[in-house]
Write a protein that binds this ligand. Structure first.
Ligand SMILES: N[C@@H](CCC(=O)N[C@@H](CS)C(=O)NCC(=O)O)C(=O)O
Length: 216
């Protein structure tokens, strides 16, 4: 069975949990606590699995796979059904662009190690750090909202009528935005997709609160 090194609140791990559930792939969750004892992702045993000291890692037999989007594409290639990418090249590029807007343009700026650096080295207090996080989410969501309404390809999901890689990325990012009290009114399409997805069992089972390592 595949093993997913995960942390309940990690949105990158949440993406992979959604993809595994959508594809019906059973997996064993191995919790990596990102805060306890300075962070278990920095332990030498974990660094052997991922020198970047980040979750998720998917262990498939002897393979240690890193980077959530690369992991999801691996799952797509090894378990093609149900597909998480559309068939045509242009449609696939659209879905990947939506996913990368979250994974490259929003998420890395708000990662735990960035927030820890802002606090410990640059002296940013809680309020400033919250403002920082909201700034990048709001810029990214404004772009995403426009992309989603630009071409008529959005349905109840980011792309048409079935979930894709883009929804795997969008839902965890909206979850984070809600935690950070970002107003979602300016992004009705994003909010609608989030609400639609969140009610579906594969997304529900991937949610932070449903994880074995969840904390209050
Ligand atoms: N680009 C990576 C990002 C992974 C990542 O940033 N993971 C975060 C949790 S969402 C993490 O492990 N952070 C630990 C830290 O910042 O020390 C991916 O998509 O897998």
């Amino acid at each position: 069975m595949q093993r997913l090194y995960t942390y309940f609140r990690s949105s990158a791990a949440y993406r992979v949990r959604i993809a595994l559930n959508l594809k019906g792939i059973p997996y064993e969750a191995v919790p990596v606590h990102l805060l306890r004892g300075g962070g278990e992702q920095h332990a030498s045993e974990f660094m052997e699995r991922n020198p970047a000291q980040l979750v998720p890692v998917l262990q498939d037999g002897p393979l240690s796979l890193t980077q959530s989007l690369a992991i999801i594409e691996y799952l797509e290639e090894t378990h093609p059904s149900p597909p998480l990418l559309p068939r045509g090249a242009a449609e696939r590029a659209r879905v990947r662009a939506l996913a990368l807007t979250v994974a490259c343009d929003i998420h890395p700026l708000n990662n735990l190690r960035v927030m820890q650096y802002l606090e410990s080295k640059l002296g940013a207090g809680e309020e400033s750090r919250g403002a920082w996080s909201r700034r990048w989410i709001e810029l990214g969501f404004a772009a995403l909202e426009r992309l989603l309404i630009a071409d008529g390809a959005t349905g109840p999901f980011c792309h048409g009528h079935s979930p894709t890689l883009a929804d795997c990325c969008l839902v965890p990012q909206v979850f984070n935005a809600l935690r950070l009290r970002c107003p979602l009114e300016p992004y009705p399409t994003i909010r609608g997709i989030y609400e639609h997805c969140s009610r579906l069992p594969p997304f529900e089972r991937a949610a932070p609160g449903a994880q074995p390592d969840a904390e209050g």
